[in-house]
Design a protein around this ligand. Structure first.
Ligand code: SAH
Length: 477
């Protein structure tokens, strides 16, 4: 190890920064965040530093650095734009045993400043020993996505209960197991979702009971349209902590693979016309699993509240007193639009967008066609492949011109994405010829014309002729 990582208390202590440029500004920000009393020595300041000076938040010595500036300081940062001056500062500071950091010259530093993930009181610091600040920043970004924003509040809760947990559990092993449960279950989730009082109540309950018979919880999570990169941080975290995963056909396989390896997986179907499980059975299953004390991940394609029956599933949970949370996902319309270069609204073409279901019931769709046929809007049909002839017929019957552009996005955002464009008059023939595989989304409106110019995503599996799709053929989901 080239450096000893330590956390240095500089609260209300004098810290010297030589230099008043952008780099100095960044360092000043870090020092101030840790409560340091900053003194800047520099003939010129950036506007932000000048403002801090004017507000009395930093001291400013309006001059070039000299050795006396190092008097009465607990650390020094050399950030002038002159490497010779920086070297001189480093030498003087070292001679006085003052920790010194020199920007861009790791060999002159007696300490380096890490990239920081701040969830105070939790702090994660990443350093490459000055080898590559860019790499440190990249690692920081990765860690940011893994560490929930609420970790600071969680740490505060741990601090408050620490002594009581110590009294309650005599062995280290017992305490470790207890905290493991708390930090990866209901208490932590309540903290993250802002339910401080519920978290305390759950904590009291956990401390008071002899055996673990606790209530589990349900995470209703939107998995997005297919590309795993489109998951939210929260979705990923819950996917990796759930004990049971309840999923259906629309969830892309690579996403399912990202759930905890040893979690139980339950497939509940949802293919058109042959549901593996009825909706009421799914609702009951979720409640039952949670009551067994399990952390249940109900993973849904897209967003759970957009044509996902998510509302029904949590309705049952709410009625039965099972704790749950809902995590939004990127809905198919947003995902397919972005990945096919079709902006759903556009100043010149569409002032509104409507999401409708094109699901056929008894051969028809109960939709307000009059409204859907209005100009200057985009209409997105979910579940519309089978009913496409009805969509085409009704829109035209209500006045939409036959040359209105239409796009059909097949397996949007996945490695197998394909986009077909045409008009109301020929999209039916295109579909007959190309036989797209589900899931597919239909976008109707002038904005579809923009696809030609704005398409940017090239599905890897579709870039060669004759590539085969790993998704088995089926009917529209
Ligand atoms: N809750 C989901 C929608 C469920 S309804 C969401 O918010 O996206 C199922 C329909 O969504 C499919 O019939 C199809 O029209 C659409 N869909 C879902 N994923 C899709 C994808 N990757 N590409 C195209 N359409 C998709």
């Amino acid at each position: 190890m080239e450096f000893l990582p330590i956390f240095f208390d500089i609260k209300d202590k004098p810290c010297l920064v030589a230099g008043g440029g952008d780099v100095a500004e960044r360092k000043v920000r870090s020092l101030r965040r840790a409560g340091g009393r900053v003194r800047i020595v520099a003939p010129e300041l950036t506007p932000e530093l000048a403002q801090l000076r004017d507000e009395g938040k930093v001291d400013h010595l309006d001059k070039a650095f000299d050795a006396t500036d190092l008097e009465n300081t607990v650390l020094a940062i050399a950030a002038t734009d002159n490497p010779e001056v920086n070297r001189q500062i480093a030498g003087l500071a070292r001679a006085r045993n003052i920790p010194v950091n020199v920007v861009d010259q790791p060999d002159l530093c007696s300490f380096v400043m890490p990239s920081v993930i701040d969830r105070s009181p939790v702090i994660v610091a990443v350093s490459t020993g000055g080898a590559s600040p860019v790499l440190a920043r990249l690692m920081r970004a990765r860690l940011e996505s893994l560490i929930p924003a609420g970790y600071g509040r969680l740490a505060e809760l741990c601090r408050r209960y620490r002594d009581r947990v110590k009294d309650r559990f005599k062995t280290m092993e017992q305490r470790r197991r207890f905290w493991d449960d708390i930090l990866q279950g209901g208490v932590a989730e309540r903290i993250f979702t802002g339910h401080q009082e519920d978290a305390d109540a759950a904590m009291e309950q956990a401390l008071s009971k002899e055996h673990d018979s606790s209530m589990g919880e349900v995470y209703l999570v939107g998995a997005g349209p297919g590309d795993p990169d489109l998951l939210t941080f929260r979705a990923l975290r819950l996917m990796q902590q759930a004990d049971v995963v309840v999923y259906d056909r629309l969830v892309a396989k690579p996403i399912l693979e990202m759930t905890r390896q040893d979690a139980q997986r339950i497939y509940v179907g949802k293919e058109r016309n042959h549901h593996a499980m009825r909706q009421e059975e799914i609702n009951a299953l979720l409640a039952r699993l949670a009551k067994e004390g399990k952390r249940v991940l109900r993973l849904k394609g897209g967003d759970p509240f957009i044509f996902g029956r998510g509302g029904e599933e949590i309705d049952t949970l709410a009625a039965e007193g099972v704790p749950f949370q809902v995590v939004p996902g990127i809905t198919a319309a947003a995902g397919c639009a972005a990945y096919s270069g079709i902006p759903l609204t556009h100043r010149d073409y569409a002032q509104s967008v409507t999401f409708v279901t094109g699901h056929l019931k008894d051969g028809s769709m109960n939709l307000n066609w009059q409204q859907l046929a209005q100009p200057h809007q985009t209409v997105v049909f979910y579940m519309g492949l089978v009913g496409l002839p009805v969509i085409v017929r009704e829109l035209q019957a209500h006045g939409v011109p036959a040359d209105m552009p239409v796009a059909l996005v097949e397996q949007g955002t996945t490695q197998q994405q394909r986009v077909y464009t045409g008009t109301l008059s020929n999209i039916g023939d295109i579909v007959k010829e190309k036989q797209p595989k589900p899931p597919t989304l239909i976008i109707v409106g002038e904005v579809v014309q923009l696809h030609e110019k704005l398409a940017w995503y090239e599905a890897p599996d579709r870039s060669e002729q004759g590539a085969t799709s790993p998704v088995e053929p089926g009917t529209e989901a």
